[in-house]
Design a protein around this ligand. Structure first.
Ligand code: C5P
Length: 237
């Protein structure tokens, strides 16, 4: 499958059309951004690690009955995926307090959240991805209530599957973000799951092993991503 036109260039991935109108190619670049793209740096191997990491996780989710857009890996940095009509809303689950929740509520970082929190954010860089809720989705028509309910159900199901997977690898799945789209009327998981869009802490040391290493200038960004991949058994080379 060959890349055709560049359809969209995001902060860490580029999306290309293919000769099949139902399929796209996702290219994972080495770019890493923070603060809505205010800071961007390249890290050797990051595109490859995230592409293979994402493929591994999407397979696990698919096996658990969560429909995903993933078709197959094409190269170290490229994957073939179904073309979805993307919903411009991000679904976030939080098992422990961190990030924007700590800022917003002033709660202590790391406290367990039981039951886990489910948040929605609008994908809108110009307005810094504002927090929204179901009522906003209905009023502004971003996604139907029926599809939103399915997105929530699939996100919480993914949390159950992935919390166990990371726990078995000695990691805490603190929080993560998923994006969905529609394929022939069905809600399907799109975009990616990688340490760029999740918080993963070492279970014994509580060391941060995700994009917070970049956001907080802790260093060892790709080394942490590779360590997570290694512990999960993601084949990298
Ligand atoms: O920033 P916040 O604490 O709300 O992020 C929650 C989770 O969602 C984190 O794992 C973060 O990496 C992810 N996220 C993301 N893309 C965004 C916002 C959050 O991947 N635009």
């Amino acid at each position: 499958m060959q890349k055709q036109a560049e359809l969209y260039r995001g902060k860490a991935k580029t999306v290309f059309s293919t000769e099949n109108p139902d399929l796209l190619i996702l290219e994972f670049r080495n770019d890493t951004s923070a603060g809505d793209g205010a800071r961007i740096e390249q890290f050797d191997r990051k595109g490859m690690v995230n592409n293979k990491f994402n493929y591994f996780i999407m397979q696990k989710l698919q096996q658990a009955g969560i429909p995903t857009q993933m078709e197959r890996l094409l190269s170290d940095t490229e994957a073939l995926v179904k073309k979805l009509d993307m919903v411009p809303v991000e679904c976030v689950v939080r098992n422990r307090a961190a990030g924007s929740l700590v800022k917003r509520l002033g709660v202590e970082e790391g406290i367990p959240l039981n039951p886990p929190l489910f948040d929605l954010f609008l994908k809108d860089d110009a307005h810094h991805d504002p927090m929204i809720n179901e009522s906003y989705c209905e009023t502004f028509g971003w996604v139907s209530q029926q599809h939103l309910a399915r997105m929530r159900e699939l996100t919480l199901q993914a949390n159950t599957v992935l919390s166990q997977l990371f726990d078995d690898a000695g990691l805490i799945l603190v929080d993560f973000k998923l994006e969905f789209g529609l394929f022939r009327g069905e809600v399907v998981l799109g975009d990616e799951f990688s340490p760029d869009g999740a918080r993963l802490w070492d279970k014994s040391t509580m060391a941060k092993m995700d994009k917070d290493r970049f956001r907080q200038s802790l260093g060892g960004v790709v080394e942490a991503y590779e360590e997570v991949a290694h512990r999960l058994g993601v084949p990298l080379d």
